[in-house]
Structure formats: structure tokens, C-alpha cells
Design a protein around this ligand. Structure first.
Ligand code: G6P
Length: 488
């Protein structure tokens, strides 16, 4: 069983009010898409919109897909939870996206935020209720048919569901449970900004699992440090396990990469080649720097633009000879900080154009449409790929780009991305706060000799493809032991 906030399918209504299913978006879903259709897999997720709720309510026992309600293309059996909007809203928008996400990515403007007052306590109750709805559904679905059945293996995804493992243990669910974090984990000095009881509840929630998984060693270490220092748990670093209140949780590092063959096949389809031709016509014989992100505070889009401006100011030889293509597709527009950030990126892009644009040359194109084929075309055409997050669990863009590059693109990569652990040696690493350092790295990337570019690109592509999603999924299952009876 897999449990995640965003599921493998989402619904829209057509003109006549009929529900139509399509594949859900987001990083977790693409990571798990290759396993989504497995016959013995049940995926538990939340209804995220009104059409989702309608589909969930109409489904017998809330079950979509084979044997249930609305069909789920390529997604197998899905249990979509119709959690009341008054609970879902504060749990997802406030606690998950504006508190836990901010803590793990260290995004607070601390002179002003956070403020953990009464409103926060009320929202935390909603987060508990939302986690409890998942725990009830999972516990209900993993009851064994007969004594002696092996326990169901449950993979709980991400910070939205940090309390679920403990809740499953409290319910006595016959399950082996792993919790996997797709984000970074905050170091203790930052994590302890949370009120003490809440910090303990989050850590203790995950420690209800048999296994806690992370994308790189750095995040696993930070989690262990928090458990040791803030919870007084016993951490055995040699055996990679944490013991708390007599319960043992193993800790594992499970990097996630891309399925290179599948990605290359997708990038060879006609919608991508059409976009490629259109982009190539715009770029001409200039060098091309590309970035592809959700419009997300942690992605550091504004400092990336500032670094590009510095490049053009400090190295006039690039004026008219280079373009920056920034794909920043919209995300989390319900969170006010995101709307402001989006506007700041647009303002800076306009300032760069004002300062440098010349007839026949636009120095920067900031494209805010969600256009996957266009992003793939950008990867194929890039001379330099800029990935400079403030902090990132992994960052799959850093892996997709080198796999698809047709021009031996150089990767300029933040040392604060989880991907730096695997790719750092072959990329140009930058401190994401150092705008001048990033501008210099862009210059170095643009002037790198062809032989070195090719050698680095080949090694990046190899590292990126080393752990495709199917292998990542298998490694998490393996951490929970032998195969179990199918989920019901
Ligand atoms: C990114 C993160 C995941 C997270 C997801 C949620 O992909 O890497 O950790 O689960 O965002 O995005 P959403 O759009 O569902 O809020």
C-alpha cells in the first residue's frame, strides 16, 4: 500500500458535468508512476478538489479503479479520501505547506515568522484529523483475511503524513510501515523552532514506523540528530537505527533517479520536437541557459535571475550572445508568500530585459505556463542547466537535464540540493546564496571546453539513471522485509 497526499489520479469535470480522470501531477507521483498500476497495490490519497470529492463519494467504499468506482488510467486501485474541506485546507495549506515545508527548507523570514499561537494550535488539530483519516483508511484496508497472513507493507509518503506511522501502531494495524521523506530534514537548531510538544509529536510520529527513509545521508543524519537531541531517543549510527520508547526504527538512504529510457522516449515524441524547433528558432546561434522549476520559494529563482544579471553586467562579452530560458510553472498559489515570490521573479526578469535587451535579442524568457513538452525541449537544447535551490530534498531536474541533453549541457548545481551527493563531482557546485559565485559558475560553464563538457555530461547522465523509480520503490519495500499478502 502507498499513502500520499496527492494521488496518482485527479478528476476534472467536462462541459456536461461528467467526471474525467487524468494522471495526478507532482514529484511524488512521477516517482511512483512506474509502480502505480501494480495489481497488488492499493494507493490511499486525499481528494484535492471538488471533482475529486465527487468521484470519491460516488465510489463504493471510496475505492476507485479495478473493482471500484470511476476508472483510474494506469493507476490501479485507489482509495481517495473525502476529508472535509475545513480539515483538509488547514492541514495541507497551513501545516504541511506553510509550516513543515518551511521548516525543512529553512524558508522563514525569522524576524517576522513563524508565530505559533492559538490559530496554529487549531490548524494543528486539523492536521491531526487529516492524518487520522489516512490511518483509519490504511488500518481498515490491511486487516489480514486469515491468521498467519504476512503483514501488509505500507509506504507512507512525506511531511503531510508524519503522524500516520505512530497512529497505525496505536491502532495495532497488522502492517510493516515505512515513512519516506521527499524533502530535506531540518537540523535540530532550526527544527526546534516548532513548539516542543509539536516537534516531539512529528518525530515520534515517524518513529512509529519500522523504517524511515530519506533521499540522502545528510537528511537522514539531520533526522537522527533531531531525534537524539529533541526527543532523547537512542541513535545507533553504526546500525542505522533509532530506538524510542522500546520501538526500533531503521533509518535508510534511498536516492531517487530517473528512468532514462522512458524519459528519452518521451522527449523524442512529436510534441517535444515541435517545441524544440520553435525554441531553436528563437535562440539561434546563441548559448542557452535553461532552468525548469515549480514557482517555489525554495527553488531560488530570484537569486538565479540576479546571478544572470551579474553575468551580463560583469562580463559584457555575453551581451547578445546568451539567453536565459526560465520555465517556472505555477504552484501553491493559495500561499501568499508564493504569489509575492512569483511577482518578484517577474519584476526582476522585466528589469533585466529593460537593462540589456537589444534589437533581435531578448536576454531572458520567463515562461510561467505548465508545459511539459516545452520543458523537455529546453533540456535537449540547453548549453547550461541552472539548478540553484536554497535547499531541496533531491531535485529531479538536475537528473533529467543531463539525460536528455543534446548539447553536452553543463550542470550548475546548488550544493544544498540532495542531488549534489550523487552529481556534485561532475557538476559545477554553487552556494545558492552567493549570487556572484553563481554568476562566475555560469561563465565557467559557458566557456568550458567541449571535451570536458562531454565527459562531465556522460558521467552525470550515468549517475542520474543509476536508481530509476522502480529500483527506488523496490529498495523501500526491501527495507520492510519479505513480500506480503496483497492489500485489500
Ligand atoms: C514536491 C516535493 C514533494 C511534495 C510535493 C508536493 O514534489 O518534492 O516532497 O510531496 O512537492 O507538492 P504539491 O503540489 O502536492 O503540494
Amino acid at each position: 500500500m502507498v499513502a500520499s497526499n496527492r494521488g496518482p489520479v485527479s478528476f476534472t469535470r467536462d462541459g456536461s458535468g461528467r467526471l474525467t480522470a487524468r494522471r495526478g501531477g507532482g514529484g511524488v507521483v512521477s516517482g511512483l508512476s512506474s509502480v502505480a498500476g501494480r495489481a497488488d497495490l492499493l494507493w490511499v490519497c486525499a481528494a484535492l478538489s471538488e471533482p475529486d470529492r465527487a468521484a470519491a463519494r460516488a465510489a463504493p467504499g471510496g475505492l476507485l479503479g479495478p473493482g471500484g468506482g470511476e476508472a483510474t488510467p494506469d493507476a490501479g486501485a485507489v482509495r481517495m479520501l473525502d476529508i472535509p474541506a475545513g480539515t483538509f485546507g488547514p492541514a495541507y495549506n497551513t501545516i504541511a505547506n506553510s509550516v513543515l515545508w518551511f521548516v525543512h527548507h529553512m524558508l522563514y523570514d525569522t524576524p517576522r515568522l513563524p508565530q505559533f499561537g492559538l490559530e496554529f494550535r487549531r490548524d494543528w488539530e486539523a492536521y491531526r484529523a487529516y492524518n487520522a483519516a489516512f490511518a483509519d483508511a490504511i488500518a481498515g484496508a490491511c486487516a489480514p483475511a486469515a491468521a498467519g497472513d504476512p503483514p501488509t507493507r505500507v509506504l507512507v509518503q512525506d511531511y503531510h503524513l508524519a503522524l500516520v506511522p505512530r497512529m497505525l501502531a496505536d491502532r495495532g494495524a497488522p502492517a510493516r510501515v515505512a515513512h519516506f521523506s521527499h524533502t530535506p530534514w531540518a537540523p535540530p537548531d532550526y527544527f526546534r523552532m516548532l513548539p516542543d510538544d509539536i516537534a516531539a509529536e512529528v518525530l515520534g510520529g515517524i518513529l512509529g514506523a519500522d523504517h524511515a527513509g530519506f533521499l540522502c545521508q545528510r537528511w537522514a543524519d539531520a533526522f537522527a540528530d533531531c531525534c537524539e537531541r529533541l526527543l532523547g531517543a537512542r541513535v545507533d549510527r553504526a546500525r542505522c537505527e533509532i530506538v524510542h520508547r522500546g520501538h526500533r526504527t531503521s533509518i535508510g538512504v534511498h536516492p531517487l533517479g530517473v528512468d532514462a529510457a522512458e524519459l528519452a522516449a518521451r522527449a523524442a515524441e512529436s510534441d517535444v520536437t515541435r517545441q524544440l524547433a520553435a525554441l531553436a528558432a528563437v535562440v539561434g546561434d546563441r548559448k542557452l541557459i535553461v532552468r525548469v522549476d515549480r514557482t517555489e520559494l525554495s527553488k531560488n529563482i530570484v537569486r538565479g535571475l540576479a546571478a544572470y544579471r551579474e553575468l551580463l553586467r560583469a562580463r559584457p562579452q555575453w551581451r547578445g550572445k546568451v539567453m536565459l530560458l526560465a520555465f517556472a510553472y505555477p504552484s501553491r498559489r493559495e500561499v501568499p508568500e508564493y504569489r509575492e515570490y512569483f511577482a518578484a521573479a517577474e519584476r526582476l526578469a522585466a528589469q533585466i530585459a529593460e537593462e540589456f535587451a537589444a534589437p533581435g535579442w531578448s536576454p531572458v524568457l520567463l515562461d510561467t505556463r505548465d508545459d511539459y513538452p516545452r520543458s523537455l525541449a529546453g533540456y535537449r537544447l540547453a548549453d547550461v542547466l541552472l539548478v540553484n535551490p536554497i535547499r531541496d530534498g533531491m531535485n529531479l531536474v538536475a537528473k533529467e537535464g543531463p539525460v536528455l541533453s543534446g548539447r553536452d549541457c553543463v550542470l550548475v548545481l546548488s550544493r544544498e540540493a540532495g542531488a549534489a551527493a550523487e552529481l556534485g563531482e561532475h557538476a559545477l557546485l554553487v552556494n545558492p546564496f552567493d549570487v556572484t559565485g553563481t554568476a562566475e559558475a555560469l561563465h565557467r560553464a559557458l566557456t568550458m571546453a567541449p571535451g570536458e563538457r562531454a565527459a562531465r555530461r556522460a558521467r552525470l547522465a550515468q549517475a542520474a539513471a543509476a536508481v530509476p523509480p522502480s529500483a527506488w520503490f523496490a529498495s523501500l519495500l526491501a527495507a520492510l522485509g519479505e513480500p506480503a499478502a496483497p492489500a485489500r
